[in-house]
Write a new protein. Structure first.
Length: 358
């Protein structure tokens, strides 16, 4: 039984201070993220309908007309009308470019980052200047995308004055009047332009991924590595039996962040061109959304832009849920189910055994 002193003690709750400290984040998130997202969903059901593709001022005046699912139908399904069919074709071409470029930069990036992370955290590797190399490898991540696009345009640009073309011309490998068209060379430069974007993305982001994987490796209990070394395990056995399985959570996080960033890829593909128009074979869904929202001056396609944004949001959500489902801890789920069953059985026994009996 509680004493009088214990009854006088009042419980103090500090929950309100937590709400106060987290309130600024939620306020800013609601204003700059959640509310625009809701508006995007609403705008996806408005537009010019079938007239949205005609370049006329009259069509642009009816931009606020409610068209229902017409924008989604136009983007997702082919049509007999040429202009509507073109919207469908362009969107799926840009979606194909987005997926190809993301897969082409994520796989080498995660492989290189994991290799370097294991190398830098291995105590058996005695290499001077590890800190210097970590900083140098992370530096491309803090350089602005515009600067990197300008750098690689000077390196691989289609002009005869680019670094690659100047080198090839000076050594007699190509003619001065026929420089290599690696970016805007039409269908012949489709894969070369994509590979350049892939290389840029790997070069920019592998340092950041390496740092995250290093943090995950350093969070593993050192006694596991010591026990493996005592048992005579070599480097490969230690990696595949200890390091890689225990990096599951950080690998899932890396995959999700890379997937979200890859599907929203915009800056490098958008700026990697020398003319007025973007390169067709590196145009992504984010560029499609931007162009539909800003560049259709006579017939603003706000509905198409918003619908494409919603479709991209749904694709990202489905892929994220799929990653979580595949990488879920089955043992933990089974243990939780057993605990719930035991709790239910205990409640049933308590209910049956409760009260008084003669």
């Amino acid at each position: 039984m509680a004493t009088a002193a214990q009854r006088r003690i009042k419980s103090v709750s500090y929950a309100k201070y937590g709400y106060i400290f987290t309130a600024p984040f939620f306020i800013v998130y609601f204003i700059f993220s959640l509310w625009p997202l809701i508006q995007t969903f609403i705008l996806a059901f408005y537009g010019n309908g079938d007239n949205n593709v005609h370049d006329s001022i009259e069509a642009s005046e009816s931009i606020n007309a409610f068209v229902g699912m017409q924008n989604f139908k136009t983007i997702l399904f082919t049509s007999t009308e040429r202009a509507l069919r073109r919207e469908h074709t362009v969107f799926f071409k840009d979606l194909f470019n987005t997926v190809v470029i993301w897969c082409g930069n994520f796989l080498p990036q995660i492989a290189l980052s994991l290799l370097l992370a294991v190398w830098f955290t291995d105590m058996r590797v005695k290499m001077p200047g590890k800190g210097f190399f970590k900083v140098v490898m992370y530096m491309p991540n803090i350089i602005t995308a515009a600067s990197i696009a300008a750098l690689f345009l000077n390196l691989f640009g289609d002009s005869k004055y680019s670094v690659i073309n100047s080198f090839m011309i000076n050594h007699g490998y190509i003619d001065e009047n026929q420089p290599l068209q690696l970016i805007q060379g039409g269908e012949a430069a489709a894969w070369s332009s994509r590979i350049i974007v892939m290389f840029i993305q790997v070069w920019m982001w592998f340092g950041n991924t390496m740092i995250m994987l290093m943090a995950g490796i350093q969070g593993i209990n050192e006694s596991l590595f010591e026990a493996a070394e005592i048992d005579g395990a070599n480097t490969q056995q230690t990696f595949w039996r200890i390091t890689f399985p225990l990096l599951r959570s950080i690998m899932v996080y890396t995959l999700l962040t890379s997937m979200i960033g890859g599907l929203q890829m915009f800056d490098i593909p958008y700026m990697l061109h020398t003319g007025q128009d973007n390169v067709e074979y590196i145009e992504t869904v984010a560029i499609y959304i931007y162009k539909k929202f800003h560049n259709d001056y006579l017939s603003p396609s706000y509905g198409y832009s918003a619908a494409a944004s919603v479709i991209l949001f749904i694709i990202t959500s489905i892929l994220g849920a799929l990653v979580f489902y595949v990488q879920r801890d089955k043992d933990a789920i089974a243990n939780n189910k057993k605990k719930k069953q035991l709790m239910k059985e205990a409640k049933r026994k308590a209910a049956r055994g409760g009260g008084f009996s003669i």
